[in-house]
Design a protein around this ligand. Structure first.
Ligand code: HEM
Length: 485
């Protein structure tokens, strides 16, 4: 009954706004209706959203955020949403109303129900493509439709496909090492925040587009056309505005079709519609590069802030490989306990991400002991979960050993949401792990890094921002020389 009443009130208020808007737009003479619209929006809507008539009335949360999306937009713009949501959970507990129609939940039960169970929820309209043409895997909101497209993508991430990507990955890491040494020699230092994303985009270009997405390589041109910044900006714009821009400058350079997405459907498997190739290509280029680049920067930051791990990882690598033969035995990297634990801990603390929104189905959702009404936007805040002391004691300490038990590395020791979860999880996660392994193993085996004198670990950490894309307010400057011992 209460549910019906609140739905009724919501409908009435939406109608009032609609009628007022229609009147003021249709009849220019009725200028008097403009104040009505303003009054409705500024007074009636907030009162309704705070009132017992609103379906989310009983959920605790900061008043301003219950009234309007604007405070969260402000945090999105500043890249501080993950910090704000964490503060709210510290104050209000495991369920917080973080927006007029949004509830944030922490708990394993919430992760299971929202993301990983067979009844996991669909994506929200935050994933709408709006004016973008075609249909892209990342943007498909409905699980049933999504599963069909995902089958096409999965072929590109089979073990066989992944081993085929090693050659291009190795050549790109070699180019990165060349430029690290060269720029460091030329300028006395090199900023990892600038150079690593260039390497990540080059790597994706080489792996998926045979180098045709752009040319010359970003490392070779020092990203003269600011492709990294533009692509990352579009990524953030998608998050901030709720939709991505139509045209990516990079797309203009694509011969059109990525190698793997263009592969013909064989054996009765579905084939990707031609019109969807551009958006899927953009998804690969940005989705695979921005994220891997960010994690590689974090990995270097954690090494510089925790130098003992340079020695620990080198001991493991030196006792396993001869320095010059590492790239001939890349499959062995999967088995290195310390290296993989280090990467997993990087993925935990490097994910400054607020959440992955999902929509509550018509039957509602019962989670964390509460009933959440239909059409509510729910999510588990990734950053808040990753620094939850319940699951990660001493959570803000970078400690890869938390992933090691009885001498064995276990990724499943704790659940992390770095790659999402369930049906919509990251299709490229295996590739991301492989890239981080190759990146760290090569750099540690071949190069010595020294942070410049003004390196301040706390200042760098405090300058991390996230609006789906992660940005760094501080540089991460190092001197690089060939490894001496
Ligand atoms: C460390 C690197 C990476 C991180 C942290 C990451 C993170 C994520 C997350 C959290 C999601 C779920 C997004 C959501 O539900 O809104 C996702 C989805 C996705 N990622 Fe990644 N990703 C990484 C690397 C990659 C790579 C290498 C690719 C390769 C193409 C890729 C392609 C995708 C695609 C296509 C989706 C959509 C999957 C679907 O809806 O089925 N990602 N990623």
């Amino acid at each position: 009954m209460a549910q019906n009443l609140s739905e009724y009130c919501g409908a009435v208020i939406r109608s009032i706004i609609g009628i007022a808007l229609a009147l003021s737009i249709c009849n220019a003479g009725l200028i008097a209706y403009v104040p009505l619209v303003v009054v409705t929006i500024l007074i009636v809507v907030p009162i309704y959203r705070l009132s017992p008539l609103h379906p989310l009335y009983g959920f605790p949360g900061p008043v301003l955020y219950r009234i309007s999306e604007l405070p969260m937009f402000y945090h999105a713009l500043r890249g501080t949403r993950h910090l704000a949501v964490k503060r709210f959970h510290d104050s209000y507990g495991s369920i917080v109303r973080t927006g007029p129609n949004t509830v944030s939940l922490t708990s394993m039960d919430a992760i299971r129900q929202i993301y990983t169970s067979s009844h996991a929820l669909n994506k929200t309209t935050a994933y709408d493509m709006h004016s973008i043409k075609g249909e892209g895997l990342f943007f498909i909101k409905d699980k049933a439709t999504h599963v069909r497209r995902r089958r096409i993508w999965n072929r590109s991430f089979s073990e066989e496909a992944l081993s085929g990507y090693r050659g291009p990955m190795v050549s790109q890491i070699q180019n990165l090492m060349h430029w690290l040494l060269k720029r460091s020699e030329q300028d006395g230092k090199v900023d990892l925040v600038r150079i690593i994303p260039q390497y990540a985009y080059d790597s994706t270009n080489a792996v998926f587009f045979s180098g045709h997405a752009f040319s010359p390589s970003l490392l070779d041109s020092d990203d003269a056309e600011h492709i990294v910044a533009e692509a990352s900006g579009y990524f953030a714009a998608f998050e901030f505005l709720g939709h991505a821009q139509t045209i990516f400058p990079i797309l203009k350079r694509l011969p059109g079709i990525s190698r793997f997405l263009n592969s013909r459907g064989d054996g009765g498997q579905p084939k990707l519609p031609y019109n969807d190739l551009p958006i899927e290509s953009e998804t690969v280029l940005i989705g695979a590069s921005d994220t891997v680049g960010t994690m590689a920067i974090f990995a270097m930051y954690f090494l510089l802030a925790n130098p003992k791990w340079v020695e620990i990882l080198r001991q493991e690598l030196d006792s396993t490989f001869h320095r010059d033969s590492i790239n001939d035995h890349l499959d062995v990297l999967d088995k290195l306990v310390l290296l993989n634990a280090f990467i997993q801990e990087t993925f935990r603390l490097g994910m400054a991400f607020p959440g992955l929104p999902r929509i509550v189905p018509p039957d509602g959702l019962f989670v964390n002991g509460r009933y959440i009404p239909k059409d509510t936007c729910v999510n588990v805040p990734v950053w808040t979960h990753h620094v939850d002391e319940t699951y990660y004691p001493d959570a803000y300490t970078f400690d890869p050993t938390r992933w090691i038990k009885d001498g064995t590395y276990s990724r499943s020791a704790h659940v992390i949401l770095t790659f999402g979860g369930g049906a919509f999880n990251c299709v490229g996660s295996k590739l991301a792990y492989a890239q981080l392994r190759i990146f760290l193993a090569n750099l540690l085996m071949h190069l010595d890094f020294t942070a410049t004198s003004n390196f301040d670990a706390a200042r760098f950490w405090n300058g991390v921002r996230n609006c789906r894309a992660t940005s760094f307010l501080e540089p991460l400057c190092v001197r690089v020389v060939p490894r001496k011992h």
